[in-house]
Design a protein around this ligand. Structure first.
Ligand SMILES: [Zn+2]
Length: 420
């Protein structure tokens, strides 16, 4: 009996000490982009995407995912390959947002700086009507309302920080320009969050604009292949090269992600190719980005699927997609299928309006024949340019919906306190 009791006691101890004991701990993001998702798998939607060096508080773990607390009642999940654990002695406190400054940069960019004492998780939501960027700062509280608007920055008007929860601050930036042209968010060396907002287009002409063109696929990746073996990568490159020539003839600068039948990236893994295209296009600091593709379906429905589609992801890209779709269909005489909102890899960046065109269906017997034709390829390129021109004409129009903000004088006098 005594032996049995000792055995049971030992077993109990074993169970207690082998049970997974997991304590909350601090993490820091290490990947170029760390997605924070709604659940512990890549299937879940993203709450936000973070740059490196953001500090997160992990409260649980499941498989290769950490559950992180963004704010009260707001948790997300990050993949362990995107983060590194900090020492167990590191605890994260609620960070303080002390000041916000709006300054004018040499290149026409308006810079909003959020002065923070920690690199906290954040999220930026863009809207077009009204034209705004909503900046959420998590694990953060507004310490004071020090808001300084410097000369030459009247196109970007921050509202007072709103405390959404004890550890969640939202700052809405009202933008005078209805047609946004791009922004970038990152942490400065000093650990402050910077949001650089590009100026509106100064003219409706393509002359002087820098257009990044991405001929889809290439090298080992043929893309879709038509019924007579015509390859999508060849059609994409042919159209893109005409596009480049014609844009340059119109006084624009055109930058191709690939000039020949070669991959842009190192070859593997598959995702690295798209990453390389994004890096190359972003490096050119373009005004607009156009990825050129052609569509395909399985052979079962090849005869019935035909026509043109244009895709966008960021709200500011919707108008460009709509105008290109309209002009491309007019130039090609193809069926107007739809303008689509889809999270294609090359469309996710916020540096400029970005669209992806599917000129025609290479899987459709008649459209494949057309795609091989140099005249059709040239019409596709001209349709895209006509779309760009129609977009620019609309983008430089005075705003039809003005942001509901008080006048600048009122704004600055009411926001800058005694210390300001
Ligand atoms: Zn494609």
């Amino acid at each position: 009996m005594a032996t049995n009791l000792r055995f049971i006691a030992a077993l109990t101890l074993l169970v207690v000490f082998s049970a997974p004991v997991w304590s909350a701990r601090a993490l820091v993001t290490t990947a170029a982009k760390s997605g924070v998702r709604c659940g512990p798998s890549a299937e879940y939607a993203r709450l936000t995407v973070l740059p490196p060096q953001v500090r997160l508080w992990a409260i649980g773990r499941e498989g290769s995912w950490y559950q992180v607390k963004l704010a009260e009642n707001l948790v997300g999940w990050v993949q362990n390959s995107d983060v590194r654990e900090l020492g167990t002695d590191v605890t994260l406190r609620t960070a303080r947002l002390t000041d916000i400054s709006v300054t004018s940069q040499n290149n026409g960019v308006t810079r909003v700086t959020f002065f923070l004492n920690d690199r906290v998780a954040f999220r930026i939501r863009q809207s077009v009507f009204p034209s705004q960027l909503k900046v959420d700062l998590f694990r953060c509280a507004a310490a004071q309302n020090g808001l300084k608007q410097f000369p030459g920055t009247s196109t970007v008007r921050p509202n007072l920080p709103q405390q959404m929860a004890t550890d969640w601050v939202e700052v809405t930036l009202d933008l005078q320009n209805v047609h946004q042209t791009g922004y970038q968010a990152y942490f400065s060396q000093a650990g402050h969050l910077i949001v650089d907002i590009k100026p509106p287009f100064a003219s409706a002409s393509v002359a002087g604009k820098r257009i990044a063109i991405d001929p889809g696929h290439g090298g080992m990746d043929s893309g879709a292949v038509g019924p007579t073996r015509y390859r999508e990568k060849d059609a994409n490159l042919a159209i893109s090269q005409i596009l480049k020539r014609e844009l340059m003839a119109a006084g624009a600068e055109a930058v191709l992600t690939r000039e020949t039948d070669k991959a842009v990236g190192p070859g593997s893994p598959a995702g690295a190719e798209l990453e390389a295209r994004v890096a190359k296009s972003k490096g050119a600091d373009p005004d607009l980005f156009i990825s050129v593709h052609n569509n395909a379906v399985g052979s079962g429905s090849a005869a019935t699927a035909y026509g043109t589609e244009t895709y966008y992801w960021t709200p500011m890209s919707q108008l460009l997609a709509a105008k290109i779709q309209q002009e491309l269909v007019a130039a090609l005489g193809t069926r107007d299928r739809f303008v689509g909102w889809q999270r294609f890899y090359v469309l996710r960046e916020t540096d400029c309006p970005r669209v992806l065109v599917e000129c025609a269906f290479i899987s459709h017997p008649e459209e494949e024949v057309k795609l091989k034709d140099a005249g059709f390829q040239a019409r596709a390129a001209r349709g895209i340019i006509a779309g760009i021109q129609a977009y620019l004409a609309a983008a430089v129009q005075p705003p039809t919906v003005s942001p509901a903000v008080p006048g600048l004088d009122l704004l600055s006098s009411s926001l800058i306190g005694p210390e300001g």
